[in-house]
Write a protein that binds this ligand. Structure first.
Ligand code: AMP
Ligand code: ZN
Length: 115
């Protein structure tokens, strides 16, 4: 499925609802989390509607690699100089709230709200 009309992140990808975007290319959009846990908390989101890591297939390996590989550049641009943390929540037991795959990247001076 390329997009799900009821999915909040598909709506952000389509520009139907606003987000504080920090990066966009053909495959990926990145924006600030609306409820940040850390001084800098971004979400790296594939434009393709993949509900979660459960649905990831071997052909998505390049896309997932590009999502990961974007993070150091973006954190540097956002002024994070002392390390950061990646999180992907998957499914109910993984406490996933938005069923569109996304990579949390959090950084900035502690203390953080959580994480
Ligand atoms: P997860 O539990 O991994 O599914 O986390 C979903 C994340 O998306 C949460 O940290 C939310 O704060 C964030 N979120 C939900 N809606 C929006 C939105 N419209 N813009 C930015 N972040 C959002
Ligand atoms: Zn979606």
């Amino acid at each position: 499925m390329n997009a799900d009309p009821n999915c909040i992140f598909c709506k952000i990808v389509a520009g139907q609802i606003p987000a504080k975007k920090v990066h966009e290319d053909d495959e990926i959009v990145v924006f600030h989390d609306i409820h940040p846990w850390a001084p800098v908390h971004i979400l790296i989101v594939p434009k393709l509607h993949i509900p979660s890591m459960v649905e990831v297939q071997p052909e998505h390996a390049g896309l997932l690699g590009r999502m990961m590989a974007l993070s150091p550049k973006l954190m540097r641009e956002l002024g994070v100089t002392n390390g950061f943390r990646h999180v992907i929540n998957t499914g109910r037991d993984g406490m996933q709230e938005v069923m569109h795959l996304h990579l949390h990247v959090m950084g900035g001076p502690r203390p953080w709200l959580k994480g």
